[in-house]
Design a binder for this molecule. Sequence first.
Ligand code: SF4
Length: 218
Amino acid sequence: MNTVVSEPIVVMPVARKDGSYALRLCLSQGELSIGMMKRVMDVMTAYGLPTLRATTGQRMNLEGIPKDKLDEIVNALGTAVEKCPPGVSVCPGSAECRYGQQETRELGRKLTSLVKENGPYPFKVKSGVSGCSFGCGLSFVRDIGLVGKSTGWDLYFGGSATSNPGPGVALGKKLHEDEVLDRVRQALAFYKENGKKGERIGSMVRRLGHEAVAESLK
Ligand code: SF4
């Protein structure tokens, strides 16, 4: 039988209201390798931790960490960061899903790098990449949303699934991959320049109007 080698994980501590902590596993596209799973299982077993819970952002939270064990458990898992990299939800896309019009994983990785490299922003930026119009990558309700079509990518900007919920405004249809990433870069630059501190993209778009954002992309 093959031996599984445990792999370190980057985690973000999250304070809970009862004084305990959760540790968010900073996963990319929700993927957990077998080595990472072993590390988590070993730590959960060693410290008697009861629950690992999936988040809506395709990450996982290890719950119920006592405050006095936090540092020890972080070290056992890997390393801690103040914030996980920007969240990008990515559906399986055409490589795995029969409805998929476009492959999503690689574009998801490029979008993650782009969002990270162009920050910081007035507030958090969450993105979604979906391989077709069903939008399983939450593209319609993310700050940046890409939706695969048979001939390219549609771009949505300023969607929200929290307060003031609603879909993002369309900033382009059937764009080539390079074109859509370039437009995302421009839209994020507009947000950096015009967003107020603590203001999500959707609120900024409502305040300034769809036309102002679209005009800046010309
Ligand atoms: S958005 Fe489309 S391609 Fe992606 S998982 Fe849903 S149905 Fe499949």
